[in-house]
Ligand binder design. Sequence first.
Ligand code: GTP
Length: 257
Amino acid sequence: MSTPAAPNPGSAAPLRRLLLNLGPRRAALLAMAVAAPLAALIAAAVLALAHVPTSAWTWPLLGAALPAMLAAPSAVRLLVRLLQEVDDAHAEAERLALIDPLTGVCSRRQFFVFAEAELLRSRRAQVPMSVLVIDIDALRHINDARGHDAGDDVLQRVAQACRSGLRDYDTLARHGGDSFAVLLPQTGTDTAVTIGERVRTAVAELGPVAPAAPVTVTIGAATLESGDAGTVDTLMESAEQALARAQQAGRNRVATQ
Ligand SMILES: Nc1nc2c(ncn2[C@@H]2O[C@H](COP(=O)(O)OP(=O)(O)OP(=O)(O)O)[C@@H](O)[C@H]2O)c(=O)[nH]1
């Protein structure tokens, strides 16, 4: 999935970089701080002209206000554009915090937000919940043999294959460089293993994506039964341990905690 390039504060000119780092609220305050004296100066000059044409203040005020009046439209346009950039940069940063830019699946951070909410829900409803940790086998070899772009392509296609094996209400997330995590709400161990097998088969059926060898994944599954004590972290640890066992047993398989 291609994503629009995010505005990069690091490469912007100093003033723009300063504004991009401000955040929308402080940027709006700064804009007001700049605009207010400008508007006051212009207003004072207009008043001086209208009411006291011969005052000693008239010509100095006009002298100061004239460049400000001439520059005002461009200054306003510039401010509006910079404020828009600040807004866009922050919207993009927020989007990147929620979504993995390479594969388009949920970010790891967002996965944990959903998992914590699901844990509360499953405790209240007294139903189990499960997670899968899906690790791509030998991605390092693919990167080394075919290059990083081929590895990226594998990651994207594996993400699509995983999605095809999941239900609409399961959440697929990028968990690490070469791994994904899946949140399976209201799901016990047997169903978690069935879904894990479906995902594993969908990936195996991709065939040889980049190198001659087909791409496969190894999956660890873990379940928090209703009534179990435990946290999202311990649940994920159990899935990681199951994954390690499946890898030791030869990869391209699903194991439970
Ligand atoms: N192309 C690409 N490679 C990545 C990305 N993130 C991590 N990797 C690569 O994934 C590989 C992970 O290596 P390992 O932890 O040894 O895992 P592996 O080679 O898949 O081996 P096993 O998982 O043990 O089967 C490394 O080569 C990383 O460079 C990414 O976003 N794109």
